[in-house]
Design a protein around this ligand. Structure first.
Ligand SMILES: Cc1cc2nc3c(=O)[nH]c(=O)nc-3n(C[C@H](O)[C@H](O)[C@H](O)COP(=O)(O)O)c2cc1C
Length: 429
């Protein structure tokens, strides 16, 4: 059995994952419409030999005064990044609730061709009613319905990618462009979609783009266990990460799969040569955080009004996970932070300010590397989805100071071995 290898992915988000990052004097707030900003970040990540960069997506423009969220559409952005980089994987979110599978499969297959086999697809079921109202719904379809649609969506997308056999494209100038006997209709008639196929785009270089998933509810985990080839997780401490890791392994086994599915929890890092300096970086961002905006963020996570909660008192009791109607993953994390840390409302806001409850480590490069190694060895993670609180600064710190330590310890690659995202992730090609 080959040794496990560590995977590192960076999650690009606006000026960084800290809610107040855009307000810092040296923030990138004036560059968010400039593709060179994203290209430069991707080039930094590629210099650090990271597995991939990831762009999330949402379909509503709300709370605009609180700071930037979405600007450029992710697949368009990744197309440009594909041309500005050579090896790093490119992962983008496409919602199974708002797209049609033909449209999604076509876009993703095209981008896998454009990037020469570096594409990953983060399949999400989406979350918010404001998004649904941009796509012909009055509100989000209920959770079970969203996952039922996602199941059919992914099944159709895979069938469309498979509709061209590997050697179907002939390009024979004597008169045969493709072999129609090796390009197949799919004739899908399901509950949500009717798709004849085949796809217009010949088979993508990776066969299929790599499928990522991040659902945390039981339905989300089962869906991931059936389809995901890599998983983004939320875990604020090692026991939570280990519990999630074991649960996913069990579900992958129960789904009859023998493959390994790398699990990558989010990781927010503040890195500096000394602990005090690293803390100062965090405090400088926290000090820019407007309380009203943070309370609104919390409200969007817990689906209740908390505008009148006293900031310096304990967080009031929240409904149990089973009774919560919204996205369960983040909610479960918030319940766990409250249970284990018993924060005041103000402390909880600070904790959620960067990454919304993902693990946060503040320290020296060695301390960050220790943390990564510990979670990796203790099987809380196969790698991490880095969520830099400020971009590009926190990523620069990580690539320059932490990656060399991980490389020296033999935990992380010094060079890319292959050219595709599948190869970086150690997946079958
Ligand atoms: C790292 C990470 C990235 C995510 N990216 C997106 C995204 O881009 N768009 C989105 O709508 N949901 C995103 N989500 C949310 C989930 O994929 C999922 O749709 C949501 O948690 C609801 O499913 P659940 O109830 O199974 O948790 C992300 C979650 C995590 C942890």
């Amino acid at each position: 059995m080959s040794p496990r290898s560590l995977h590192l992915n960076v999650f690009l988000f606006a000026c960084g994952h800290h809610r107040a990052a855009w307000r810092a004097p040296d923030s990138s707030v004036d560059q968010l419409g400039d593709i060179r900003y994203y290209e430069a970040i991707a080039q930094t990540a590629e210099r650090g030999k990271l597995d991939a960069i990831f762009l999330a997506d949402g379909h509503s423009a709300e709370h605009l005064e609180d700071g930037p969220r979405w600007f450029l559409e992710p697949l368009t952005t990744l197309t440009a990044i594909a041309r500005a980089t050579e090896r790093i994987g490119l992962i983008g979110t496409v919602s199974s609730t708002f797209y049609s599978p033909f449209h999604a499969a076509r876009l993703l297959a095209s981008l896998d061709h454009i990037s020469h086999g570096r594409l990953g697809w983060n399949v999400v079921t989406s979350m918010f009613d404001a998004e649904a109202r941009n796509h012909g719904y009055a509100a989000m379809p209920d959770h079970a319905q969203r996952y039922a649609r996602a199941e059919e969506f992914v099944t159709v997308a895979k069938a469309l990618w498979d509709s061209w056999e590997a050697d179907a494209l002939l390009g024979d100038r004597a008169g045969r462009y493709a072999d129609p006997g090796r390009v197949h209709a799919i004739h899908h008639h399901g509950d949500f979609f009717r798709v004849d196929g085949p796809l217009t785009v010949p088979r993508p270089p990776q066969g299929r783009p790599v499928l990522f998933q991040a659902g945390a509810s039981p339905q989300g985990r089962d869906f991931a266990a059936r389809h995901a080839e890599a998983i983004y997780a939320v875990a604020h401490d090692l026991p939570a990460a280990q519990a999630y890791y074991q649960d996913i392994q069990r579900r992958v086994g129960a789904a009859g799969r023998a493959d390994t599915v790398p699990i990558m929890p989010g990781l927010v890092t503040y890195v500096a040569a000394g602990q005090a300096e690293a803390r100062a970086k965090q405090q400088a961002l926290d000090a820019l955080l407007p309380v009203a905006a943070s309370l609104r963020q919390l409200e969007s996570f817990i689906f209740q009004d908390c505008g009148d909660w006293p900031l310096d008192e304990a967080v009031p009791p929240l409904p149990a996970l089973a009774d919560f109607p919204g996205p369960k993953g983040r909610y479960a994390t918030i319940l766990r932070i409250i249970e284990t840390e018993q924060p005041t409302v103000r402390q909880l806001l600070g904790r959620l300010a960067a990454g919304g409850g993902h693990c946060t480590v503040v320290g020296t490069p060695d301390q960050i590397a220790d943390h990564i190694e510990h979670w990796f060895v203790q099987r809380g993670a196969d790698g991490f989805n880095l969520m830099p609180p400020s971009l590009p600064h926190s990523l620069d710190d990580f690539i320059e100071q932490v990656v060399p330590i991980l490389q020296r310890r033999g935990l992380f690659r010094r060079e890319y071995r292959g050219r595709t995202l599948r190869s970086h992730l150690g997946l079958d090609e």
